[in-house]
Ligand binder design. Structure first.
Ligand code: HEM
Length: 343
């Protein structure tokens, strides 16, 4: 399906799982909120050109070159976390370690000012729940309020970036011909998908590390190979993006069954798929084909470095809370907190 984007289109990629109510829609309209298809949900022939421009900000060379910066941010966060374990006996690794580095790196890579990071994290979580969750009407309205605020903030960021005399993603895309609403639509997706999913991946990896009863687990993960193995295992078994959607653009024959046009499909990219099938490979964690994730290398490197630095710097820890709340949305998952205490 991923390799036949004509029959299995991406138009439903960013559609709210639970339809937006009248009050939520009105609130979003007042902020001129709109998500015209640009990348993830774009089926038209502009996709390839836009993808090339966005991809030029995340080339393998760019990603490799920022490894020292990733490590610097990871070490700063882990040092604070280690002090908290020392002084207070415990720390929440989601807040202390996983949350900020991916967001700061994303803003830096796009040529944007690093500001309002805490707010960006809150808006990201709210928008994921608004579009991929099942909030009741009252909560949906509150989440829509957050999305509208985010979009208004984004419009200012986009305007500044287009007028800036440095290289920015929005400046490059404006030169490529994208309008302001199109830039905001892409920015909305990228500023969330480009960092919150990595925070989630790091959170789940740290949760599994702290839950591991093997006394040697922290020493193993303190090496690049050990950290990479843990991150890949999490990507294969409980990735932050375990599913993604497609929709049939015409009637399609599948396994002897005819799917009508407009049939919405939930693809299980990774995970163990119950008992009837073999576990999936990690290779589908970032999708495949013309929409494959443009941040795959970046996300994996960030997660590996942050997890490795945590295991290297913190004393071996165990979970302080073995059953934290998890975010479980249609296409996103991770523990909300990973509270650890010294072993
Ligand atoms: C653990 C972190 C991440 C996971 C699991 C993930 C996963 C995915 C998946 C499953 C897709 C859909 C692929 C398809 O339809 O074939 C996707 C698309 C995309 N991702 Fe990621 N992603 C992550 C992080 C990132 C980062 C850091 C960036 C920043 C560049 C990013 C940018 C994108 C873009 C731009 C698309 C749309 C590409 C297109 O439609 O051409 N993602 N991602």
């Amino acid at each position: 399906m991923l390799h036949d984007p004509v029959a299995f289109g991406p138009a439903n990629a960013l559609v709210a799982v639970k339809p937006l109510t009248g009050p939520s829609l009105r609130l979003l309209q007042r902020a001129r909120f709109a998500l015209p298809p640009i990348l993830a949900s774009n089926a038209d022939d502009r996709h390839a050109g836009i993808r090339r421009v966005v991809g030029s900000f995340f080339t393998p060379a760019t990603v490799a070159a920022i490894e020292p910066r990733i490590r610097e941010l990871a070490r700063a966060a882990v040092t604070v976390a280690a002090r908290a374990v020392d002084e207070d006996g415990s720390v929440d690794l989601v807040e202390a370690v996983a949350a900020r580095p991916p967001a700061i790196l994303m803003l830096e890579l796009l040529g944007l000012p690093v500001r309002d990071v805490a707010q960006l994290k809150t808006w990201s979580r709210e928008s994921l729940e608004l579009f991929w969750g099942w909030p009741d009407d009252e909560r949906q309205l509150r989440l829509a309020g957050g999305a509208a605020e985010f979009y208004t903030w984004l419009r200012t960021v986009v305007r500044e970036a287009v007028g800036a005399d440095r290289r920015t993603l929005f400046g490059s895309l404006a030169e490529h011909g994208l309008s302001t609403p199109e830039l905001c639509s892409l920015g909305y997706f990228l500023l969330i998908a480009g960092q919150e999913t990595t925070t989630q991946l790091i959170s789940t990896a740290l949760f599994r590390l702290a839950a591991n009863p093997d006394p040697d687990a922290w020493r193993k993960v303190a090496t690049p190979a050990g950290a990479s193995a843990l991150v890949r295992r999490v990507l294969a078994t409980e990735s932050s993006v375990p599913t993604w959607r497609r929709v049939t653009t015409r009637a399609v024959e599948l396994d002897g069954e005819t799917l009508p046009a407009g049939c919405e499909i939930l693809l299980e990219l990774t995970g163990n798929h119950g008992t009837r099938a073999r576990p999936t490979a990690y290779s589908l964690a970032f999708g495949s084909g013309i929409h494959r994730c443009l941040g795959a290398k970046l996300a994996e490197l960030e997660a590996t470095v942050v997890v490795q630095e945590t295991a290297r710097t913190l004393p071996p820890c165990r979970l302080g809370d073995a059953s934290p709340e998890w975010t479980r949305l249609l296409s996103f998952q991770s523990p909300r907190t990973v509270t650890v205490t010294r072993r």
